[in-house]
Write a protein that binds this ligand. Structure first.
Ligand SMILES: [Zn+2]
Length: 257
């Protein structure tokens, strides 16, 4: 039976078959894949790392960044590609046992085991929150120093040990902007394979404070009205792309007038 292949290059891009209409994923009918170590993570799906000498000259395939893939593949294929990437990334981070240092190997589709001491491990997701803070009919949008492109997003951050999701939301807003918030409410979640995470979205309400960038992660941040969102010079909206939880939160706010 042919298996769908999620093949990643040595610079972490995924190989796709380009098409005028919808791009697609390769399968095991490709001969070059024979030299690649594949991990089967479902009955009809496998992931592997392709290095140049494995046959990257195959002209039918194009390497694409995983985020870009969200616009090229059907939604479910993009999500499965993210899962494949997370398993590959994690397996490369767990080549040796954290307890005894011996090599580890795949044990089940989603776990690895050490044959020396028996330690079995599963992927540990990096859990992150992202929050849209409401102040009347305005929303807080921020610009982080780490954003690779010039746009406004939402306050976000990683959950720490010993902390609830709601505590994390309040802490991140306070640390990054000095604002106090309440009425924190769950919106939704999504896999966030950059590189191995879960993004959990919230709405919350402004209580008090003036925006200041206390911990230095942000370089701008303001409350925006729906009819005055940040724009690029070409007239397009300077907000996150549709694949992101930030955009889903902003779209939800936009649609709830
Ligand atoms: Zn061990």
């Amino acid at each position: 039976m042919k298996k769908r292949l999620y093949l990643f290059t040595d610079d972490d891009r995924i190989l796709l078959i380009p098409s005028e209409e919808k791009w697609s994923l390769p399968d095991t009918s490709l001969s070059f894949a024979e030299g690649v170590a594949l991990h089967d993570f479902s009955p009809d799906e496998a992931v592997g790392r392709v290095i140049a000498e494995d046959g990257m000259s195959n002209g039918d395939l194009r390497p694409c960044g995983l985020r870009e893939t969200s616009r090229l593949l059907p939604a479910n294929d993009y999500q499965r590609a993210g899962k494949a990437w997370e398993l590959l990334y994690w397996s490369e981070q767990t080549r040796f046992c954290g307890c005894c240092g011996a090599p580890m190997r795949w044990h089940t589709a989603i776990s690895r085991v050490c044959d020396s001491c028996g330690q079995e491990v599963w992927p540990q997701l990096n859990t992150a929150i992202i929050v849209l803070v409401h102040k009347g009919d305005e929303a807080l949008l921020v610009k982080a120093k780490t954003f690779r492109r010039d746009f406004f997003g939402l306050v976000a951050g990683f959950v720490e040990t010993g902390e609830s999701l709601e505590e994390c939301v309040a802490r991140e807003v306070r640390e990054e902007t000095s604002l106090l918030i309440n009425h924190i409410r769950y919106f939704g979640s999504q896999p966030w394979p950059y590189p191995l995470g879960l993004m959990i979205g919230f709405h919350a309400d402004y209580v008090s404070g003036k925006v200041t960038f206390a911990d230095g992660e942000l370089k701008d941040g303001r409350f925006f009205r729906r009819d005055s969102l940040p724009m690029h010079d070409d007239g397009s909206l300077a907000i996150p792309g549709p694949e992101s939880m930030a955009r889903r939160l902003i779209d939800d706010w936009m649609s709830n007038i």
